[in-house]
Ligand binder design. Structure first.
Ligand code: PNS
Length: 174
């Protein structure tokens, strides 16, 4: 029997600078819940991202290829307005540890106030990813550490090119 939720469109928003295996795990789980999942890359040039939006979309698209009901887009402006424009009634966010909860709760409740018809759903990535973040991965590789298994292979290659190139040119890695 088909569940009523099978047709729902969900949005999984984030900076994804870059996508980690924790993000990939959340996409895999969310793609089984939603009928259609839109992975939405935030256009946040003010945060001085390591990868441009087109680069992040390219990496994400390669990673998401294995999930037939997942599409990758970018967005700016209010997330809930974007969700409404795309006909999405669910926002997916990944929660790692309790430290993520406070900020995520605040965003979920604010988004609910802005648009009560859009529901936020928290998913837990596998515990093997509970310590993985884009920020730490960038720091580790910049300091010569091993990031194998923390990011998809396509991302590992791009990170090596970008960060090791920056290190060689004497640019500080954030
Ligand atoms: O991966 P991130 O950086 O934790 O994702 C944060 C994101 C994209 C979910 C958040 O910054 C966002 O929703 N930005 C869009 C602007 C917006 O709607 N702000 C109000 C949030 S309550």
């Amino acid at each position: 029997m088909e569940l009523p939720q099978a047709g729902l469109t969900a949005i999984y928003p984030g900076s994804f600078d870059p996508i980690t295996n924790g993000h990939r795990d959340v996409i895999s789980r969310a793609s089984k819940i939603a009928g259609r999942l839109i992975v939405a890359v935030l256009k946040n040039e003010s945060k001085r991202p390591l990868f441009s939006v087109p680069e992040r979309i390219e990496m994400m698209t390669q990673v998401a290829e294995e999930f037939p009901n997942v599409v990758v887009e970018s967005f700016d402006g209010l997330l809930v307005d974007y969700a409404a424009a795309r006909g999405a009634s669910l926002i997916i966010r990944g929660i790692r540890a309790i430290s993520d909860y406070e900020n995520e709760l605040q965003m979920a409740l604010m988004n609910r106030r802005l648009r009560p018809d859009v529901e936020t759903v928290f998913l837990m990535a596998g515990e093997q990813y509970s310590f993985v973040s884009s920020r730490l991965v960038k720091e580790i590789i910049g300091l010569g550490g091993d990031i194998r298994g923390l990011v998809p292979p396509v991302v590992e290659a791009k990170l090596k090119d970008r960060i090791l190139g920056q290190v060689e040119r004497g640019i500080a890695v954030k």
